[in-house]
Design a protein around this ligand. Structure first.
Ligand code: HEC
Length: 223
């Protein structure tokens, strides 16, 4: 009798275990489960390629609920993954901050930039006194006031974007024209790599004499 009871209890326990596992299996079929270590969302190409870490830290986590903040943080992490760690005194390792524009421009190769302009040549002419095409002539564009080339019908969005094409503005614009000037009719996705943008801008600065001097590379702060 004692043995029978033992078997009965055993069967009950086994039955319960099977139902629990079965339920788990069944609910897995019903719901998609996000496994830890796997992002439920995928970073997209619209994300800002470079993120100001200082502002991410300052804003975290209060502004994390705002639209776009999540993308900035993800983009930051993606950006940092690609960077070599920088050894510091004391043996700790920190990620190198993204290079500033002055540093990027100093190491940029204008020759490479000239080649990259093939990406723009279907829409832009780069010669002095050259024609407007789908986009305006870009001779002397660095330092030129935005939407100021004679004879080109700019979009209202571009006309409303004030200021001049200085280095920083061009750098942001060429990274994602539609994000920096929403509604622009320049249908070009942008140059993703900061190095490519710097090279293009360095070459553009050689066209004409209106370009301001290149920004100075920032000294890396001593830790
Ligand atoms: C598909 C065509 C197209 C391509 C490719 C293109 N652009 Fe443009 N671009 C335009 C158009 C159109 C405008 C005018 C935008 C507006 O008015 O909204 C423009 C405007 C600009 C302006 C602002 C000019 C001004 O006078 O204010 C700059 C700078 C510029 N483009 C640079 C580039 C560079 C550099 C490339 C290549 C990396 C490039 N574009 C590729 C079509 C193009």
């Amino acid at each position: 009798m004692g043995r029978m009871r033992g078997i009965a209890v055993g069967l009950c326990v086994a039955g319960a275990a099977v139902s629990v596992l079965g339920l788990g299996w069944f609910s897995d079929k019903l719901y998609t489960r996000v496994r830890p270590g796997e992002l439920a969302y995928k970073p997209t190409d619209e994300m800002p390629p470079r993120v100001d870490m200082a502002s991410v830290q300052r804003d975290w986590p209060a502004s994390f609920s705002e639209p776009g903040e999540g993308s900035r943080v993800i983009a930051y992490h993606r950006d940092m993954r690609g960077r070599a760690p920088l050894p510091v005194a004391g043996g700790a390792v920190v990620a190198a901050p993204p290079p500033d524009l002055g540093t990027l421009l100093a190491s940029a190769d204008a020759g490479v930039g000239k080649q990259k302009l093939q990406l723009c040549a279907s829409c832009h002419d780069f010669t002095q006194g050259g024609p407007n095409r789908i986009g305006p002539n870009l001779w002397g564009i660095v330092g030129r006031p935005v939407a100021s080339h004679a004879g080109f019908a700019y979009s209202p969005a571009m006309k409303g974007h004030r200021g001049s094409w200085d280095y920083g503005v061009l750098f942001e614009f060429l990274g994602s024209p539609g994000r920096v000037v929403p509604g622009t009719k320049m249908s070009f996705a942008g140059l993703r790599k900061p190095e490519d943008r710097a090279a293009v801008i360095k070459y553009l600065a050689t066209l004409g004499s209106g370009a301001p001097p290149l920004p100075q590379p920032k000294a890396i702060a001593a830790r």
